[in-house]
Design a protein around this ligand. Structure first.
Ligand code: URA
Length: 435
């Protein structure tokens, strides 16, 4: 078999066999197939698509590129969650310790920033010392001891996704249903959790911009999970405007800690309760969303989720003092408050533009493996539907230089649209598919 023939076959819109997909993925993982061929193949997949069977075969080929964890016996159920990628989406930083504090172990594999969307690994690594690379042994030991672990792809765990993910980030090959489904589900299957909640983002700041496409992605991932005996729920949630207020790595860590302290923005708190409730239901802890929400709210109020966050940070080598002292997180040298240029109701805040501006500020990558700047980003003020008076604070930019901040200001102001009449707030969730 030759990589070039497999690329040509997909370029011509033909269906790849399981053997061809496996040959390509294992060859790429070992380094026998170079990045330029993998990039061409990924583009062919993006343009030509894959059948559900090809996507399932791709997922399992990626799982086989590393080890698969067996969490049976660690606890009756271990739960995992994953977002398909959004702007300001720091949900994991809150729901992982929250659900774990309730008593349901959380074992999760996450990713880095992808295109205009942020990545959980990058966010957590803005905490000094926080480590996200684990051997299988370490991963298992941590979930057993603390009931919470979060890792990235590694030599042991889905190395194929680690390599392909970084390549897709910089080759415009992210928004492809088969590539997203296989990337996410390979991590979820290898990670070993029996119950998986997928947060499928829809809108301008998501890779799926329509509800129809998001539903297709969700159903495909549910099917792949079920084929290997996992319980999967998918929440189709809004990503037309950023989630919460902070966009940028350390800034999002701060917002997550504030939320765990009970001081989070309303939309983000609500989103965390919805996702957390589905995790508890799927994990067999609660029977109904109402019962789950009550348990989660109580755990938040009593400070147990914050305490679990502290334990988690420390367990992964991070400095737990950040919980009480945000000055220990990376700080941007330039802070530029931006005032509302007009009075009116906010009709829209284009999440994609906000995400791309954050990448330009240095919060994401433009080349593979590039370091990011954990300190930079944006903190929004009023959100869609809120009334603003000209000259009131609209947002704050955190930048490396005054020039970067000025450029970001121009772009961000263009990301807002305004209305003279009241505008209804955006929904948080469109539908929940319980597989
Ligand atoms: N999250 C992932 O892990 N992979 C994708 O391709 C998109 C979001």
């Amino acid at each position: 078999m030759r990589a070039v023939d497999i690329i040509a076959k997909k370029r011509d819109g033909l269906v790849l066999t399981r053997e061809e997909i496996d040959f390509f993925i294992q060859g790429f993982t070992k380094g026998d197939i170079p990045d330029y061929q993998a990039a061409a193949w990924a583009m062919a997949v993006l343009l030509r698509g894959m059948t559900p069977q090809e996507t399932a075969d791709l997922t399992m080929a990626m799982v086989r590129s590393g080890k698969t964890l067996d969490l049976e016996g660690l606890a009756p159920v271990v739960v995992d969650k994953h977002s398909t990628g959004g702007v300001g989406d720091k949900t994991t930083l809150v729901v992982a310790p929250l659900v774990s504090a309730v008593g349901l172990p959380v074992a999760k594999m996450s990713g880095r920033g992808l295109g205009f969307s942020g990545g959980t690994l990058d966010k957590l690594e803005s905490i000094p010392g926080f480590r996200t690379s684990f051997t299988v042994k370490e991963f298992l030991a941590q979930v057993r001891k603390y009931g919470i672990v979060l890792a990235g792809q590694s030599r042991d765990l889905v190395p194929a996704d680690g390599k392909l993910y970084a390549l897709r980030d910089v080759t415009a090959t992210v928004p492809s249903i088969p590539l997203i489904a296989s990337s996410i589900m390979s991590k979820k299957i290898a990670g070993g959790a029996q119950a998986i909640v997928l947060d499928v983002k829809v809108g301008r700041g998501a890779f799926m911009t329509t509800l129809e496409k998001a539903r297709e992605l969700a159903q495909l991932m549910i099917q792949i999970g079920q084929q290997v005996g996992r319980r999967v729920t998918a929440i189709l949630s809004d990503m037309n405007q950023p989630l919460g207020r902070a966009v940028g790595n350390a800034l999002e860590v701060i917002e997550a800690i504030q939320t765990l302290r009970g001081e989070g923005p309303e939309d983000f708190v609500e989103h965390c309760l919805i996702v957390g409730a589905e995790m508890l239901i799927l994990g067999g802890v609660s029977k109904t969303p109402e019962e789950a929400r009550e348990l989660l709210s109580r755990t938040l109020e009593e400070g147990e989720a914050l305490a679990k966050f502290r334990t988690w940070v420390e367990a992964q080598g991070g400095d737990p003092r950040v919980v009480d002292d945000f000055s220990l997180l990376p700080q941007a040298p330039v802070v530029l408050p931006v005032l509302a240029p007009q009075s009116g109701f906010i009709r829209g805040i284009d999440a994609r533009e906000v995400g791309l501006t954050a990448v330009t500020l240095g919060a994401g990558r433009e080349r593979k493996g590039e370091p990011i700047d954990p300190a930079v980003g944006i903190v929004l003020g009023p959100k869609v539907g809120e009334k603003v008076v000209k000259g009131e604070p609209l947002l704050t930019i955190y930048a490396r230089s005054p020039e970067d901040a000025t450029q970001a200001q121009k772009r961000l102001l263009e990301a807002y649209s305004w209305a003279e009449e009241p505008v209804p707030p955006l929904p948080l969730v469109y539908e929940i598919l319980r597989g």
